[in-house]
Every structure is written in structure tokens, then in C-alpha cells.
Design a protein around this ligand. Structure first.
Ligand code: ATP
Length: 246
């Protein structure tokens, strides 16, 4: 057992959740590697939400509230790290969940759907009758009524190819990725450089605060946001943190 007093308790508990996800057949074994890469960047960020991330989280909430047909994509890591938080965000911004996996098997998709439903997910897209153009791997499979026809897609822990393919389809893409240099981070419209465990509750909180704002106010927040500048801000915050501890 990991004692609560451990200085890196949160990070170690997150690691345990991912291992449990693999044991249950929800997370792929490759998900462990993705988590490791994420942890490394989180370490460089001081394992806290940066100013740039908080700004991107607020803008993401505005984008989701303005959307006509938003969808939240869920992979095997997200499903074990923040299932309840994703369900809550889905309810607040009226964005159904859709399971989408790189290492896809129908059995794993079904397990994740059952897992999310057992925790209270009500609105989910569960078909795989559409294909994202330009992608050859399994992540191309989507629900025609879900991601395929969405105007805004939130993609926590995405791979760069699919992020680009979604952008090429004309969708507005919000990514959560601790690596500000990844292809996903560079190609999304709004990139949240934060741990998914902090990012999703922060977007929900911002959405609740912005819920009564009118569309002009929300649009102003979106128009003032520059993703490249924000990513540079995250990189500067990493450098600042490194300078501070060295
Ligand atoms: P890309 O194709 O975008 O360059 P990649 O090949 O570097 O991505 P993948 O293995 O496809 O990366 O996806 C893992 C990504 O998710 C990594 O960039 C990693 O930083 C990020 N990541 C992993 N765990 C978390 C987490 N808990 N919170 C936020 N981001 C995470």
C-alpha cells in the first residue's frame, strides 16, 4: 500500500490505476508506456497545473459550451484514470462519450462501455459504422452519429495522426497532452498541457462558471486564445521550473 504521506502519492496512485486497468483488460499494455511518457513531462511541470494550462482549460470549456455537437473521445487510459470526471464533464457540457482505441478489439471496447455505464454514463455513441478518412489504423473506426459528425471533439491522450485527420475533417479539436511537443499538441486547436487527472475536473469547473455567459462572451474567450502562444507558455513554464530546482 502507498502511504498518503508519500510526497508523490498522487502520481503513484495514478500509476496503480493504469496497472489495474491493464489487469482488467480496459487499458492496453502500450498504455503503460504512454503513461510513462506523460509522467516524465508532468515531473518537468512540477506535477501541477500551469497558468497556460488553466487558460487552455477555460477556453476548452468555452469551446465545448459553444459547440452544436460536441463529443468526448475515451481511450483505455482515460477510462481508468478519470471515468467519473469524464461522465461529469459530459453531463455539464452535453457532450456524449465515445470509446475510441488505437489498439482496438471489440472485446476491449465493450469492456470500457460497460465500465463507463456501470459508473453512470448515460449518453454514449457505441456504433463503429463510420471511418475517418485518411487513417489506416483501427482508430479510424467511429460512430457516424458521434465523432464522425461532431463539430467539436475532446481527445484526451490522442495520437498525432488521428488528431490531424480530425482537424482535416473540419472539426475543432481539443487535446489533453502533457507533452507540448507531441504532434497532437501541435496540431490541435486547443491543447491542454496538463495531467488528465487535473485537466478534466478543471474544464468541468470552468464550464460550470461559464455556463451562464452569453455566446458573445464565450466567443471572445475563444478568439483571444492563441494555441501556439499557449504551448510556448507551457514550454517556458517547464524551463522556469527546471531553473528553479537546479
Ligand atoms: P503524437 O503522435 O501526438 O506525437 P505520441 O506518439 O508521443 O503522440 P502516444 O503514445 O500516442 O504519444 O500518446 C501518449 C501521449 O499522451 C503522450 O504525449 C503523453 O505525454 C500523453 N499522456 C500520457 N499520460 C497522460 C496523462 N495522464 N495526462 C495527460 N497526458 C498524458
Amino acid at each position: 500500500m502507498i502511504p498518503k504521506s508519500h510526497p508523490r502519492y498522487e502520481s503513484l496512485m495514478t500509476r496503480e490505476k493504469i496497472v489495474e486497468g491493464v489487469e482488467k483488460g480496459i487499458t492496453s499494455i502500450q498504455g503503460l508506456i504512454a503513461q510513462g511518457r506523460g509522467e516524465a513531462f508532468d515531473y518537468l511541470l512540477g506535477e501541477k497545473t500551469s497558468k497556460s494550462a488553466l487558460q487552455a482549460e477555460k477556453v476548452s470549456a468555452a469551446v465545448l459550451l459553444l459547440a452544436k455537437k460536441p463529443v468526448i473521445s475515451v481511450n483505455g487510459n482515460a477510462a481508468v484514470l478519470v471515468p467519473e470526471e469524464l461522465i461529469r464533464l459530459s453531463d455539464i457540457v452535453n457532450a456524449p462519450l465515445e470509446v475510441n482505441l488505437f489498439h482496438r478489439t471489440q472485446e476491449r471496447v465493450n469492456k470500457i462501455i460497460d465500465h463507463l455505464r456501470s459508473l453512470g454514463a448515460k449518453r454514449m455513441y457505441t456504433k463503429s459504422d463510420g471511418l475517418i478518412p485518411g487513417l489506416e489504423h483501427e482508430r479510424a473506426k467511429v460512430d457516424i452519429d458521434g465523432i464522425f459528425s461532431a463539430d467539436v471533439v475532446l481527445v484526451p491522450l490522442e495520437d498525432g495522426d488521428r488528431c490531424k485527420a480530425l482537424v482535416d475533417m473540419g472539426k475543432k479539436v481539443i487535446a489533453i497532452d502533457l507533452n507540448p511537443l507531441s504532434r497532437t499538441a501541435q496540431c490541435a486547436h486547443v491543447t491542454i498541457v496538463d495531467n488528465i487527472t487535473r485537466a478534466v475536473p478543471n474544464v468541468s469547473r470552468a464550464a460550470e462558471e461559464l455556463k451562464n455567459s452569453n455566446d458573445n462572451e464565450l466567443q471572445r474567450l475563444v478568439n483571444e486564445f492563441d494555441n501556439k502562444k499557449n504551448l510556448n507558455g507551457s514550454i517556458e513554464e517547464i524551463i522556469g521550473h527546471l531553473t528553479f530546482i537546479c
